[in-house]
Design a protein around this ligand. Structure first.
Ligand SMILES: [Zn+2]
Length: 215
């Protein structure tokens, strides 16, 4: 009885939100997953995120969520830009993050992080988007190369290419979520990923290098 009442409430909140926000399209996203999105969206406010966002489930190999601009971004006016926010439909933590398993605060934190990426794209010119995409992709590929260990004198120096750049970008995105008042939710998302989830160690390591608290 209690569960079905909660479900009805979530359905009603989602329906009302989508009616009031015609630029947001939720497709097959369950109301259960829409609630954390709505919480994060409301933290930023309508003015901050007055953009076309389509939410979709997608098979993501490591992350719980990802955000992209539509492929035509270099050819359309700013008012016609479209963005996608993907939620992983992976249900197996041995392969990567499972959005489904996370507590609502953790889900809200990651939604808030992705909102930050969308705002960041929206503020960029076409030229800046192109430059950013090239730099991010290049550094992402570099970060996949195993650690390069150099011996300088007797000291071992470990170089992890790409990580420094990715960390700077992602920490700036985290700052947006924190400024929107989502500090607790963001910390909950990061802590869940690193400390609680059963995802592979190599993914946890990436998350602790790139997303963990600003220092
Ligand atoms: Zn990010």
């Amino acid at each position: 009885m209690y569960l079905s009442k909660t479900q009805n409430l979530e359905d009603a909140i989602t329906k009302e939100f989508l009616n009031e926000h015609p630029k947001i399209s939720a497709g097959t996203i369950s109301t259960n997953d829409m609630i954390p999105f709505i919480r994060a969206y409301n933290a930023y406010g309508d003015d901050a995120l007055n953009i076309n966002i389509t939410l979709k489930y997608k098979h993501l190999t490591e992350d719980s969520m990802q955000s992209y601009y539509a492929a035509d971004i270099l050819f359309v006016k700013k008012t016609n830009r479209r963005y996608f926010m993907y939620i992983t439909n992976n249900k197996d933590e041995s392969k990567g993050q499972v959005f489904y398993n996370m507590p609502i605060d953790a889900k809200t934190g990651w939604c808030g992080h992705e909102d930050g990426h969308l705002m960041d794209y929206e503020e960029k010119s076409k030229r800046q988007i192109l430059g950013f995409t090239l730099a991010y992709s290049f550094n992402w590929l570099l970060s996949k190369i195993p650690e390069i260990i150099l011996k300088i004198g007797k000291k071992r120096v470990t170089i992890e290419p790409g990580i420094k750049y990715l960390k700077r970008i992602e920490q700036n995105i985290n700052m947006r979520a924190i400024k929107a008042g989502l500090e607790h939710e963001l910390a909950s998302g990061i802590d869940y990923t690193i400390d609680i989830s059963k995802i592979p160690k190599r993914i946890k390591k990436r998350y602790s290098q790139i997303y963990k608290a600003i220092n």
